[in-house]
Design a protein around this ligand. Structure first.
Ligand SMILES: Cc1cc2nc3c(=O)[nH]c(=O)nc-3n(C[C@H](O)[C@H](O)[C@H](O)COP(=O)(O)OP(=O)(O)OC[C@H]3O[C@@H](n4cnc5c(N)ncnc54)[C@H](O)[C@@H]3O)c2cc1C
Length: 552
C-alpha cells in the first residue's frame, strides 16, 4: 500500500518564502555545483500493514474515544520520523522509513497515562510525538522488542491550564505549538520568549523534552531555564514536580524529566516562567573583522553580562551567504565599504534588544555596545535578519528537491577551545564532503564560560548513496567534536547522538539514566532506541531490541 506523504497531517511551515529564489539558486549552483535540476524524483515510501493487534486497538479506542486511533496510511506516514536531512531523504524514498503502526491522539493527561498502561499490557512501544521537528531521530518509529509501535500525537493537549500573573507563571499543555502558546499568553500580557527556528511547528512538550534553545536564549534563557514544573505520565503512574521557585530537597529531579526525550515518560503539562510581552524590539546589524575578533566581542558581552536578547555572530562564509541570499543588498559595494572601514573578513553580528519601552531598549543597547569595535549597518540589516529568520526550514525542503545535501549540526564548548572546535568540525566536514561543499558557522547562544557553534552544510548530493554521504560526514564531525565540545547543545540525543552519549557522560552516567528508565518504564515501552545508547547493562536493561536502531 502506498500513499503520498501529507505533511498537513502534522502541520507545515508557512508557504511564504518556501521557494528558493532564482538568484539564490544561481549563486548556489556556481558555489557548490548542485541544484542544476536533474535529480532523482521523490518516490512514495511503502507503508506496511499495521501490526497493531485488534485487542490493542480496541483497548486504545476505549481510552481515547472514536476517531482518535488512526491506522490509515496517510496518518501513519505523517508521523513517520522527524525533519533531519536523512528523514527528508527517507520520506522521498531514499533509505528505510520506519512507519508507526498507528497514531493515537489522547485528549487529556489522564488518557495519556491510560494509553501507556494499555501499551504495557499489549506489548506496544510508544513514541511521543509533539511537532515532529526532531532533527536527531527523536521521533523515529522504532518498536524495539515490542509487537507494534504507536506515535502518541499530543496535539489535542492544547490548553492554557492556568496563569498566575503575580508569580509570572503559567501551566501549558504539552501539545501547544510555540505560536499557539504565545497567542494564549499574549491575552494576559505575557510571552515565553522562546523562539527556535522551528517556532512555527514545535511544541511546549517537545521543547521541555529536548532542552531546546531559542534564538533569543541569551536574553530569555534556554527552555530548561523557563520550566518551573512538569507533569509526567509514566507506565507506573503520574509524577508531578516543581512545588517552589527553588528548593534544596535533594537533586533537582525536574531536570531529569527536562531533556528525557520521551524515554522516561510523556510530559503532559509544563509550568513555565513568563516575561511581560515587550513593547519595543530593536534589531541591528554590525560587521566585525574576522571570526576570532567577533568571538572575542561576544565573549566580552557575555562576561560583562550585557548580551543583547538575540546575539548572533556569523563567520565569513555564513555572512557572505546571508547577504547573497538576501538579494536587495549590493554585496560588492558593501564589501568595498567594509574594506574601506578596515573590515577585510566581514563577520555579521546581529543584536536584538527587547524592552518594555524605548528608554529601556536604549539603555540596554548603550551598555551592550560600550567598547565594541564594529561597523554599524543599522536596523535595516537587523530587521532583514529578523524578517528572514524562519526561511531556512521552509527553503530546506526546496533545496532537497533540487539535489542539495543540506543539514545542520550544533555543539558548544568553553571559550578557550571554541575556535579549535570550529576549525576541527569544519575541517572534518570538508574532508568528508569534498572541497566544493559550503560549511557555515555561527554563534547564537553565548554564556559567560563559552558558546554554542551551529554549522550549516550545503553540498552537491551524492546521487548514488545520499544517505551514506551524510552519515559519513556526520560521523566525521562527531569525532572532531569528541573531547572538545558537547555532542549537542540543543538538538538533543535521539537515535543519532546516542552512540556518542557515553563518551560525554561516561559509562556511569549512562547507567544512571538506564536506572531511572528502569524505575519509570520497567518494560521499556517508551521511545525505544532514543537517548540511552543500546548496550546491555547489569540488571538486564535495555531489553533486547532497544539496542538495535534497525530493529523496526
Ligand atoms: C528547521 C528546524 C530548525 C530547528 N531549530 C531549532 C532551534 O533553533 N532550537 C532548538 O532547540 N531546536 C531546533 N530544532 C529542533 C527541534 O525543533 C527541537 O528539538 C524541538 O524542541 C522539538 O519539538 P517538537 O515539539 O517538534 O518535538 P518532537 O520532534 O515531536 O519530539 C522531540 C523529542 O521529544 C519527545 N517528545 C515530544 N513531545 C514530548 C512530550 N510531550 N513528552 C515527552 N517527550 C516528548 C519525542 O519523543 C522526541 O524524542 C529545529 C528543527 C528544525 C527541523
Amino acid at each position: 500500500m502506498t500513499e503520498r506523504i501529507d505533511h498537513t497531517l502534522r502541520g507545515r511551515w508557512t508557504t511564504e518564502q518556501a521557494h528558493v529564489p532564482p538568484h539564490a539558486l544561481k549563486w548556489l549552483r556556481a558555489r557548490i555545483g548542485a541544484g542544476a535540476g536533474a535529480v532523482t524524483p521523490a518516490r512514495t515510501p511503502a507503508v506496511p500493514d499495521s501490526a497493531l493487534g485488534d485487542a490493542a486497538r480496541t483497548a486504545l479506542d476505549a481510552v481515547v474515544g472514536p476517531g482518535h486511533v488512526r491506522v490509515d496510511p496517510g496518518s501513519r506516514l505523517g508521523r513517520a520520523g522527524g525533519l533531519s536531512y536523512l528523514d527528508l531523504l527517507r520520506q522521498r524514498g531514499d533509505g528505510d522509513l520506519a512507519v508507526p503502526d498507528a497514531v493515537v491522539l489522547p485528549g487529556t493527561p489522564e488518557q495519556v497515562t491510560e494509553v501507556l498502561e494499555t501499551c504495557v499490557e499489549h506489548d506496544v512501544a510508544v513514541v511521543p510525538f509533539g511537532g515532529g521537528t526532531s532533527v536527531v531521530g527523536g521521533v523515529t518509529a522504532l518498536r524495539g522488542d515490542k509487537a507494534a509501535v504507536i506515535a502518541l500525537d499530543l496535539s489535542r493537549l492544547d490548553r492554557l491550564v492556568s496563569v498566575d500573573p503575580v508569580s509570572r507563571l503559567a501551566v501549558l499543555q504539552a501539545g501547544l505549538t510555540a505560536p499557539e502558546a504565545d497567542r494564549l499568553l499574549a491575552a494576559h500580557g505575557f510571552t515565553l520568549g522562546h523562539v527556535p527556528q522551528s517556532y512555527e511547528r514545535a511544541t511546549v512538550g517537545g521543547f521541555a523534552a529536548t532542552r531546546s534553545a531559542g534564538q533569543a536564549s541569551s536574553g530569555y534563557g534556554r527552555f530548561e531555564d523557563l520550566v518551573e514544573g512538569v507533569r509526567l505520565s509514566t507506565p507506573v503512574g503520574e509524577w508531578r514536580l516543581g512545588a517552589a521557585p527553588a528548593s534544596a530537597a535533594g537533586p533537582d529531579l525536574k531536570q531529569l524529566v527536562v531533556g528525557s526525550e520521551g524515554a522516561f515518560g510523556v510530559i503532559t503539562e509544563v509550568g513555565v516562567r513568563l516575561r511581560p510581552r515587550p513593547a519595543v524590539e530593536r534589531y541591528e546589524g554590525f560587521f566585525v573583522d574576522g571570526w576570532a575578533r567577533g568571538a572575542d566581542v561576544v565573549r566580552d558581552l557575555a562576561q560583562r553580562r550585557v548580551l543583547a536578547d538575540v546575539t548572533r555572530l556569523s563567520d565569513v562564509d555564513e555572512s557572505e551567504v546571508s547577504l547573497a541570499l538576501a538579494g536587495g543588498w549590493k554585496t560588492t559595494a558593501l564589501k568595498a565599504y567594509l574594506g574601506a572601514r578596515g573590515i577585510g573578513q566581514p563577520c555579521l553580528l546581529v543584536l536584538g534588544w527587547h524592552g518594555r519601552d524605548r528608554q529601556e531598549v536604549r539603555r540596554r543597547r548603550r551598555e551592550t555596545l560600550r567598547g565594541v569595535e564594529a561597523v554599524r549597518l543599522g536596523t535595516p540589516l537587523g530587521e532583514a535578519w529578523r524578517h528572514g529568520r524562519f526561511n531556512g526550514p521552509r527553503q530546506r525542503d526546496a533545496l532537497v528537491e533540487v539535489g542539495v545535501c543540506v543539514e545542520t549540526l550544533e555543539t558548544a564548548a568553553h571559550w578557550s577551545r571554541l575556535s579549535e572546535l570550529r576549525t576541527a568540525v569544519r575541517g572534518a566536514l570538508v574532508d568528508a564532503l569534498g572541497d566544493g561543499c559550503l560549511v557555515m558557522c555561527h554563534i547564537s547562544h553565548a554564556y559567560e564560560t563559552g558558546a554554542s557553534l551551529y554549522f550549516t552544510v550545503l553540498a552537491a548530493r551524492d546521487a548514488d548513496d545520499p544517505v551514506r554521504q551524510w552519515q559519513v560526514a556526520k560521523a566525521a564531525a562527531g569525532e572532531a567534536i569528541a573531547g572538545l565540545g558537547t555532542i549537542t547543545h540543543h538538538h538533543a540525543v535521539g537515535t543519532d547522538h546516542a552512540p556518542y552519549l557515553e563518551g560525554e557522560v561516561g559509562a556511569l552516567g549512562v547507567d544512571v539514566l538506564a536506572s531511572v528508565k528502569r524505575a519509570l518504564d520497567p518494560t521499556g515501552v517508551l521511545n525505544p532506541g532514543k537517548l540511552i545508547p543500546g548496550r546491555t547493562l547489569a540488571g538486564g536493561f535495555p531489553p533486547a531490541g532497544l539496542a538495535s536502531r534497525d530493529d523496526r
